[in-house]
Design a protein around this ligand. Structure first.
Ligand SMILES: *[C@@H]1O[C@H](CO)[C@@H](O)[C@H](O)[C@H]1NC(C)=O
Ligand SMILES: *[C@@H]1O[C@H](CO)[C@@H](O)[C@H](O)[C@H]1NC(C)=O
Ligand SMILES: *[C@@H]1O[C@H](CO)[C@@H](O)[C@H](O)[C@H]1NC(C)=O
Ligand SMILES: *[C@@H]1O[C@H](CO)[C@@H](O)[C@H](O)[C@H]1NC(C)=O
Length: 355
């Protein structure tokens, strides 16, 4: 009997070791090195030194950045400073970022830890900014009204829900209505390790509205970016450690049905959709090991993919930019506006390119 237990334990340990090793190599893409793909007209954005995890650009060229995200266990260059929301006007010749003041707020600013963001423009042209927040490593979704004249964000509401335990990204479909991915990163460290190292695939996507909250997709090996097609008919979800982008058909009752998946050789983080062409722009981590285990001698690189015609039999995938970390470490998002491209990162700088 005892022998059997010992054997079982040895077997279990072996299984965990083997699955850890294979997850190390394949899921994290641990051995991949990037081949540089350059863009000629790129400059680092002044004033962003400690992350620009998410970027959302309005149709009029105003770009919002969430900066200063603190992840448990991940690198931060400014661990003691609260996060901020920055604004940049891409119509300007040499656009600069400015910090948006947060007003009217019951929000605790010292613990503000912004992650995914998404804008929603209502029929009366009021712009709402929805921000995933991790105060004290918990998850809330903060709803703000953007006040362009005052360059400020009026805090309207904090949303918490048991189906939103550890939100990564969000795509707004109304002032208080959104789809979100849960990545299990901001839950307890054991669950996080299970998700990260054993690939249990417990992360999911949820639809939230004040009247109804439900899981709309599940079984992801780290669900990450989420976005929607310009016609509102399709939802795209990035599965980070499976290197896949999933396409779902969105129904009028907000449920999703899987349509297809695209396999890529990189850890897909955030997806943004070109409102004009419908192309997907994806910020990626070519080598996941380097991003989760930061080593200044072996920097995480950056990679941006553009995916055209994703609904057709043969989508076209182009590596638009790739770099070994000398310039830009750990890209998470790439967003375009009229021939301009903004690339953001988990904890490093942001790059502004013209192409
Ligand atoms: C995982 O990958 C890293 C980096 O390539 C390597 O140093 C480490 O030994 C690997 N661990 C296992 C268990 O394979
Ligand atoms: C990804 O980018 C889109 C569009 O710019 C934005 O709506 C979304 O919230 C972003 N999410 C993350 C986590 O980067
Ligand atoms: C939602 O709509 C789809 C498509 O019409 C339908 O198949 C599905 O059963 C509906 N689900 C719910 C929960 O209403
Ligand atoms: C990264 O790329 C740059 C430019 O191609 C090169 O000069 C540098 O040696 C590379 N660094 C590493 C660590 O590979």
């Amino acid at each position: 009997m005892e022998k059997l237990t010992v054997l079982t334990l040895v077997g279990l340990a072996l299984a965990i070791f083997i699955s850890h090793r294979s997850s190390n190599q394949t899921r994290f893409n641990a051995f991949r090195e990037v081949t540089a793909v350059e863009l000629p007209n790129c400059n680092l954005v002044k004033g962003i030194e400690a992350g620009s995890e998410d970027i959302d650009i309005l149709p009029n060229g105003l770009a919002f950045f969430s900066t200063g995200l603190k992840y448990p266990g991940l690198k931060s260059f400014e661990p003691d400073k609260p996060g901020k929301i920055l604004l940049m006007d891409l119509n300007e010749e040499n656009p600069q970022v400015l910090e948006l003041k947060i007003t009217g707020s019951k929000l605790d600013l010292p613990s503000f830890n912004p992650h995914g963001i998404s804008t929603f423009t209502a029929e009366d042209n009021v712009v709402y900014l929805l921000v995933v927040n991790h105060p004290d490593f918990k998850t809330t979704v903060e709803v703000f009204k953007f006040q362009e004249e005052e360059k400020s964000l009026l805090h309207l509401k904090t949303i918490r829900h048991k189906l939103l335990p550890s939100v990564n990204d969000i795509i707004a479909v109304g002032p208080e209505h959104f789809y979100a991915t849960n990545d299990l990163y901001f839950v307890d460290p054991y669950l996080r390790s299970w998700e990260l190292y054993l690939g249990v695939g417990w992360s999911n996507a949820v639809y939230y509205s004040p009247d109804e909250v439900r899981v709309v997709a599940e079984g992801f090996d780290f669900g990450n970016g989420i976005s929607i097609s310009p016609d509102g008919k399709y939802v795209y979800i990035a599965e980070l450690l499976a290197h896949k982008i999933h396409v779902y058909e969105k129904h009028t009752n907000w449920t999703l049905t899987p349509l297809k998946s695209l396999d890529l050789d990189t850890l897909v983080d955030n997806i943004s959709v070109d409102p004009v062409t419908g192309d997907l722009w994806v910020g990626c981590h070519p080598n996941g090991w380097k991003i989760f285990y930061y080593d200044p001698e072996n920097l995480p690189g950056s990679e941006v993919l553009r995916i055209q015609n994703i609904l057709t039999e043969e989508p076209k995938v182009t590596v638009v930019y790739a770099e070994n970390g000398t310039v830009l470490q750990g890209s998470t998002v790439a967003s375009v506006y009229k021939g301009k491209l903004l690339i953001g990162t988990v904890f490093h700088k942001a790059l502004y390119c013209e192409f």
